[in-house]
Design a protein around this ligand. Structure first.
Ligand code: SF4
Length: 219
């Protein structure tokens, strides 16, 4: 296949976005939350864990911890037990407590609404910050790059970067996707990745973007 020009790649991406919007017009995070703090905690818990499991855990957690001060004051060992089933609970508990303490100390108890400040929170990298900014604050600051986004953008050849190169994948996508669609784009890919373009058995014949997908493994 000849190398695709930048203009053609942009045009193909626009077609992919338009098609996905028809199927997933209101795609959003599956993590239950009612404010930025809850979304921050849920996102930090979701590393290496399913959204369903996180939602089960946060149902009780959110009833108990209502503010950053509450999380900052949590006892490490007890908090570990409360989030244990999400996995990696020791580090997650440490990070959430430390992030909450920083929110209390530096941001008056409120989750900051900009990338620079969010990245100063312990345990918070661009992916988590993008989720919070996009879904809790409605700000288009970046594109969430999770395992589904990595797999699909690789198959769709929207980037040549892979797996542990999330920042470079995001940079490529930011150039291709109109800013107004940054948050929605990631959620649409995540939905499509769960429903159709799964890791092990993608349903290529039933895929709504089949004609726009150059994946060599396509059936
Ligand atoms: S055609 Fe197949 S590989 Fe391409 S996006 Fe659709 S399901 Fe995924």
């Amino acid at each position: 296949m000849p190398r695709e020009s930048k203009a053609d790649l942009k045009k193909r991406t626009a077609g992919i976005i338009a098609a996905l919007k028809k199927r997933y017009p209101h795609a959003r995070t599956a993590l239950n939350h009612s404010d930025p703090l809850e979304l921050l905690v849920a996102t930090m818990l979701s590393a290496q864990c399913t959204d369903e499991r996180v939602n089960l855990v946060t149902r009780e957690l959110f009833a108990k911890y209502k503010s950053a001060k509450d999380y900052a004051g949590a006892v490490q060992e007890q908090f570990e037990q409360e989030i244990k089933s999400t996995g990696f609970y020791h580090n997650k508990a440490k990070s959430i407590r430390a992030a909450a303490a920083r929110i209390v100390e530096d941001f008056g108890g409120e989750v900051p609404d900009n990338m620079e400040a969010l990245l100063t929170l312990p345990g918070v990298a661009r992916k988590t910050a993008n989720v919070v900014l996009g879904d809790a604050f409605g700000k288009q600051e970046g594109i969430v790059v999770d395992t589904h986004v990595i797999r699909l953008t690789g198959r769709l050849k929207l980037t040549r970067f892979k797996n542990n190169q999330g920042d470079r994948i995001e940079k490529d996508l930011l150039e291709l996707v109109p800013r107004k669609d940054w948050t929605l784009f990631a959620h649409m890919l995540i939905h499509h990745g769960r429903q159709t373009c799964t890791a092990r058995k993608p349903d290529c014949p039933g895929c709504l973007i089949n004609k726009l997908c150059p994946w060599a493994g396509k059936v």
